[in-house]
Design a binder for this molecule. Sequence first.
Ligand code: PMV
Length: 327
Amino acid sequence: MNTKATAIAPSNIAFIKYWGKKEESLRLAKNGSISMNLSNLTATTTIEFDSKYESDNILFNGIHDVNVSNRVSQHLDKIRKFAKINKKAKVIIENNFPVATGLSASASVFASLTVAGCASVALKLSEKDISILARQGSGSACRSIPSGFVEWRSGKTSETSYAYSLYPPDYWEVYDVVVIVSKAKKEIGSTEGQSIAKTSPFFQTRLKDMDGKIKLCKEILKRKNFTQLGELVESEALEMHAIMLTSTPSLIYWTSGTLEIMKLTKIWRKEGLEVYFTINTGQDVHLIVQSKDVSRLKTKLEQIESVRDIIINTPCGGAHLIDKHLF
Ligand code: PMV
């Protein structure tokens, strides 16, 4: 039986990043990655498959966007195939944060869509299989399915490329303070960016040490060494952006506001405020900090003119169903 279902899913911040695919359509990553779910960056999706709908009707943050609708419909086709149904669906997706600015909205969108979609057609999949399905909508979405601190094993095949929880959210109180420097939407999305990663002359060099980086990150998480985590996360972000900057065509996601925050982070560290930056595909910045320093950091950020908004995140659970439908 098909019913209406709603799910909420967090975005996640990758400590070790996924950048570059070994298989495009299945979204198989070249390397594994490690992330933390973000409590205050979420997507909520309500979906209903019904024969009364003649075509998929997808409302994304209040807009009928052709590109988003096509990508969501392709994902629904996978769910339809699994559930052996042909019915079209009505879908409403709402994010509680700006999209296309580097905050990994697609991770939250495809994780919530997958969980709600499967529930609405009574498809009972394991967490691993839901992660595999979510990955095919957006790679990083597979990491928003499990709880807390998460590893995505790149795997060799679709069945072996999934995410699982390393530690629950309450394992370690690491904060991610998101700094919105602009709400302008990026011109090149991560799907396109990922496809040109291999054109960077430094891409093969990066890949040589990814297994070592994953191992190191897991050791640091085990020891809960914040300084080592921060140093690793910041250098990893810069390495990924070095690939982006040297791809053909080059990808420059930073704006002057991004650079200002990056430079201030280093100054604040020298002054004794232990904070580290990481950046994805967009201008907005994630600042990694311990709970004891959050309010000091917030006060500093509030004094900067280029800071439009601040969103404070702690580690949180993964995608799950909720009762409150959007229609
Ligand atoms: O899942 P995608 O295609 O949106 O790619 C995510 C890319 C990064 O956010 C830059 C890195 C990551 O691992 O989240």
